[in-house]
Write a protein that binds this ligand. Structure first.
Ligand code: NDP
Length: 455
């Protein structure tokens, strides 16, 4: 039975207990052939049984999966200290995934501390988002990582790419003859990629207040989603083909009209109510530095300068403390060139294909006639249930990681491109070219925002 050591740096952190370990439990529960040795490190002086307890609690109702896990040691170490890191690396098994579940600045310092070390054959480095803090720092981090292991053993995690809906999108797009001929600027009017959440800051100011919605979501995840939607069909789903196809899209992407002030909007939530929850204004949340003017809702329109896509707006939007969770990819087709006058109710578009995430569904909105008046147009949604989204996103990530497959990991050049793409918007916001609007928590956003997407 194949055994991999998963060594989590940041074993006491939120990501580890809330996402990594429960997802590992779910994955092992479904794949009895996998075995994992679990090691952990952190600065806290944990006894071995505290680590055991953390793992057991996270495995909760899939306790059977614990049989496939060897809960090994917890190491107290400051991973930014070169001698401590050298000692950690010294004892690594072959086939270890070193998972940096650390705040980004600590990860960067840990990679600095690893300079010059020789890692055992087969070591995989798994990096969390955000990867760097701008294009230059991402490039620098890439160079340091590549001095330690080859690209095929660096896993820049984007758990969005592990979402079953996105993988389903590939199936729908690539296996049906009907889409490919119309998947271009000639037939598509616009694409909206939206990830709205009803959750607010939830005590994560230390991270979020520096990132904001644009870096937390648009830079880190939604550009990757866009690349999957817009890429030329890859000849295989092998990592090279898939990532080449995505990277080509990212290289061609720029802010619409190269006018970041006109192509972006940003806003911050004020006090409000979501269901039973009363929320304070973002500016009054603990740990928030108001001088940063962090946006909790961001929207940027991009264009992909290619023969396939030139002129088509790709609107990427994400925000917190909104009325409800709303995550979807909406492809709106151009109106047909001519609707015969005998048909009533000229439609505004030529149909709409929507993928919604959680529940995972595909909706194809078609204009139809029928019913009382056979000449009156109305629309009808054909709905396909794409399943439960059976793989939790981190489950898929861990599955790939343990198999050493980097197809769903973000490649070095893609990570750098994603920072390059948003930089003009960051600059425009920093010089105040785009006002920071407000919206009450529990609303759909500032007045006039949502309606422009027909929602
Ligand atoms: P936390 O702040 O909760 O955890 C940080 C962990 O890092 C703690 O276990 C802490 O250990 C450890 N740590 C900090 N400094 C050191 C050090 N010098 N040496 C060793 N360990 C150290 O962060 P999260 O778990 O929330 O996030 C981790 C990463 O995952 C971030 O990059 C984040 O962006 C990403 N992420 C997080 C998500 C989430 O929902 N939490 C979702 C998606 C991505 P100790 O307490 O022992 O010092």
């Amino acid at each position: 039975m194949p055994t991999t050591t998963l060594f989590i740096l940041g074993a006491s952190g939120d990501l580890t207990s809330r996402l990594l370990l429960p997802s590992l439990a779910a994955l092992l529960g479904k794949t009895p052939k996998k075995r994992v040795v679990l090691r952990g490190a952190g600065t806290e002086p944990w006894e071995a049984d505290r680590w055991q307890q953390t793992v057991q609690t996270a495995f909760g109702d899939v306790a059977d999966a614990l049989k496939q896990v060897d809960i090994a040691d917890y190491v107290q170490a400051d991973v930014t200290d070169a001698s401590a890191v050298a000692a950690l690396v010294e004892g690594l098994d072959e086939n270890t995934v070193l998972y940096f579940a650390l705040p980004p600045a600590v990860t960067a310092a840990a990679i600095d501390a690893m300079e010059g070390l020789t890692l055992p054959e087969g070591t995989v480095l798994a990096m969390e988002k955000p990867f760097g803090e701008d294009e230059a720092s991402a490039r620098d981090l890439n160079a340091k990582l590549l001095a330690l292991v080859p690209e095929q053993r660096i896993f820049r995690v984007d758990h969005f790419l592990g979402r079953s809906t996105l993988l389903n999108l590939l199936g729908v797009r690539l296996a049906n003859r009907i889409w490919e001929p119309v998947w271009s600027a000639e037939h598509i009017e616009k694409v909206l990629i939206r990830f709205d959440e009803s959750v607010a800051l939830e005590g994560r100011a230390r991270y979020y207040d520096k990132a904001g919605a644009m870096i937390d979501m648009i830079q880190s995840h939604l550009l990757q989603v866009m690349a999957l939607v817009a890429m030329d069909p890859p000849s295989t789903l092998h990592e090279r083909d898939l990532r080449d196809a995505k990277a080509a899209v990212l290289r061609a992407t720029h802010v619409m009209g190269d006018d970041p002030a006109a192509a972006s909007r940003r806003a911050q939530y004020t006090a409000g109510r979501i269901g039973e929850r009363e929320l304070p204004s973002y500016r009054d949340e603990e740990g928030v530095d108001n001088a940063r003017e962090t946006e909790t809702l961001a929207e940027v329109t991009f264009e992909i300068a290619s023969d396939r896509w030139a002129g088509v707006p790709f609107v990427l939007r994400s925000g917190k403390a909104l009325t409800r969770k709303h995550s979807e990819i909406v492809v709106t087709f151009k109106p047909v060139r001519h609707v015969p006058p005998g048909l009533d109710g000229t439609p505004a578009d030529g149909g709409r294909l929507t993928f919604s995430l959680g529940p995972d569904e595909m909706h194809l909105r078609l204009h139809v006639t029928g019913g009382d008046d056979p000449f009156a147009l109305r629309h009808e949604d054909l709905v396909a249930d794409l399943g439960e989204g059976q793989q939790r996103s981190y489950e898929e990530v861990l599955d790939e990681l343990l198999d050493g497959d980097v197809a769903l990991s973000v490649r070095a050049d893609e990570a750098e491109e994603c920072w390059r793409i948003i930089q003009p918007v960051r600059d425009a916001w920093a010089r105040g070219a785009t006002p920071l609007e407000e919206y009450p928590a529990g609303s759909t956003g500032p007045d006039g925002w949502a309606t422009s997407h027909g929602s």
